[in-house]
Design a protein. Structure first.
Length: 165
């Protein structure tokens, strides 16, 4: 299985916006969001994607598996600490879950962007916490820090680690 990160071009942004509805749907389990009046989970502000094509410290990627669209990952420098790389959003289609795709993506990301990293996880999302702890420890062992802190208005888990360049 070949897993690739492909930087999303501005003209492909609509594909990310379409996929994001499925991400919002998945997150609704934890955030208790309801669908819009039309029955979709598209009620998010698409302008939040603007920095990914306007700023050098934001990078959007499609996740491809054997040349098939499998999800996306949005990387940025964390707004309150620009020395940290932050996984803003991470989404793998259910078809590809449990096959090592996410772990492969993380490994590619930290090779591309060595330095200080953080991953934020909703407290309620125990599956994501298990995944991220496993993915990080597969790459760097137990040399990471798990903590709880506020991210804007939500108490979340934070995983912090560093990869030498």
């Amino acid at each position: 299985m070949e897993v690739q990160l492909v930087q999303i071009k501005r003209e492909e942004r609509h594909i990310l916006e379409n996929l994001f509805c499925y991400y919002v749907y998945d997150m609704s389990e934890y955030m208790k969001w309801n669908p819009d009046k039309d029955g979709t989970f598209g009620g998010y502000d698409v302008s939040t994607f603007d920095p990914y094509w306007e700023r050098n410290d934001h990078t959007p990627y499609f996740i491809m598996v054997n040349n098939e669209l499998a999800g996306f990952v949005l990387i940025r420098h964390y707004p309150s600490d620009l020395s940290l790389y932050d996984i803003a959003q991470f989404f793998v289609l259910r078809k590809f879950k449990g096959q090592g795709v996410g772990k492969d993506v993380l490994e590619q990301l930290i090779k591309t962007f060595p330095g200080k990293w953080q991953i934020r996880i909703l407290l309620e999302n125990s599956g994501a916490l298990s995944f991220w702890k496993s993915a990080v420890s597969n790459i760097i062992g137990e040399d990471y820090r798990l903590s709880k802190a506020k991210d804007v208005d939500l108490l979340m888990f934070f995983i912090h680690f560093e990869i030498a360049g």
